[in-house]
Design a protein around this ligand. Structure first.
Ligand SMILES: [Zn+2]
Length: 367
């Protein structure tokens, strides 16, 4: 009996831990492993967090049509840090990492009030399902980036501006983006984040939106830019969503190359109906760039417009349950779900709360 038990235990441990390859890239420790879920759909990954590491970004991917999610995360001494079940039916959003997808990403900690990243053994538990949502045994690509960042109340963020659809030749756009950069820098400076930019031209085929995990073009783009930069792609329009200004790969988004490793913006909408960038268009462009990138760094809308009954998890973004009240209380926040416009102008949406800043600064891409 005792012998049988120890054999089972050995097999169990064997199934838990992938052989990691480890390197340091762009100032973060990068661990990667190919692991497998067991026949009941569970994969466990143990990692050793080192002294001085303050935040980590983990990304798990499976081959479509299968899907994976972060079911739970435990810190040293089996401290429960994250349980996806707590959020599955909640009206509050904290991270998309708990929801199934082909590629899913979890940044930890999310909030200043979360279990902090202390040195020792951390365990990720992943769940893997097939397209009928039955648990299955499947290979899983697991990647983890860990940052040392003693000051989680400020830092810097590198943005790769990628011009697709020959937009690198559009001089009006270049001028508008230059103006927008400065406005965005002032916006993030409120929460202690200094934004810097590099520009790239992308000459591949038109890119599908990054939010659904089906566009391989972003894998190549993310492989060409520094791992800690956010890829912000300007396309003529967002394929299939001609009325939206921009879309983020995920909340939070992955930094390792994947089909979701980008934010995409529509330049047709940014220029407005007259096709000319006036000061108002430039400000809206800046707010869209900053808003979509903030999704990528982990921020949700303070309230969702569908029903006005779903909220972010933060204490310092007001709640509301009707459109006029929500506009009045939250319409100036950067993360309000849409621009609030009158006949001539739109309300500046340039406010970020302290807790929104705490999330942004915890994102592993912010150094
Ligand atoms: Zn949004």
């Amino acid at each position: 009996m005792g012998g049988g038990l120890s054999i089972v235990l050995l097999l169990w441990l064997g199934a838990c831990q992938g052989p990691f390859s480890e390197d340091v890239v762009d100032g973060v420790r990068h661990l990667s492993a190919q692991i497998s879920s067991n026949p009941s759909g569970t994969a466990r990954v143990r990692v050793s967090v080192e002294e001085g590491e303050q935040a980590m970004l983990s990304t798990a991917s499976v081959a479509p049509p299968n899907k994976v999610h972060f079911r739970s995360l435990y810190g040293p001494h089996d401290t429960e840090a994250f349980l996806s079940a707590e959020w599955s039916g909640s009206i509050y959003s904290k991270t998309n990492g708990g929801f199934i997808a082909t590629t899913t990403t979890l940044n930890w900690p999310v909030l200043a009030s979360d279990v902090p990243l202390s040195p020792g053994r951390w365990i990720f538990e992943l769940g893997v399902v097939d397209e009928a949502q039955r648990y299955i045994g499947q290979p899983v690509d697991f990647e983890l980036l860990l940052k040392e960042d003693p000051e989680l109340d400020g830092g810097s963020l590198e943005v790769a501006l990628i011009f697709a659809d020959d937009l690198d030749r559009d001089e009006a756009l270049a001028g508008a983006v230059d103006g927008a950069k400065a406005i965005w820098q002032a916006l993030y400076a409120q929460v202690g984040i200094e934004v810097s930019f590099e520009s790239y031209a992308y000459d591949g085929a038109p890119l599908a939106p990054p939010a659904f995990g089906g566009e391989p073009g972003y894998v190549g783009i993310a492989a060409e830019t520094p791992i800690r930069s956010i890829n912000l792609v300007f396309s003529e329009e967002i394929d299939g969503y001609s009325d939206i200004l921009g879309i983020s790969g995920d909340i939070p988004g992955p930094l390792v190359p994947s089909a979701r490793s980008a934010v995409q913006l529509s330049t047709l909408l940014a220029a407005g109906p007259d096709g000319i960038y006036d000061a108002e268009d430039v400000r809206l462009l800046a707010e869209t760039m900053a808003h979509e990138t903030a999704h990528f760094l982990g921020l949700f809308h303070p309230v969702e417009r569908e029903g006005w009954s779903e909220y972010d998890v933060l204490q310092d973004t007001d709640e509301c349950d009707r459109e006029p009240q929500c506009i009045q209380r939250l319409g100036r926040n950067l993360m309000f779900p849409f621009p609030v416009c009158g006949i001539m102008t739109c309300t500046p949406q340039d406010e970020l709360t302290v807790e929104q800043g705490e999330i942004l600064n915890r994102y592993t891409g912010v150094r």
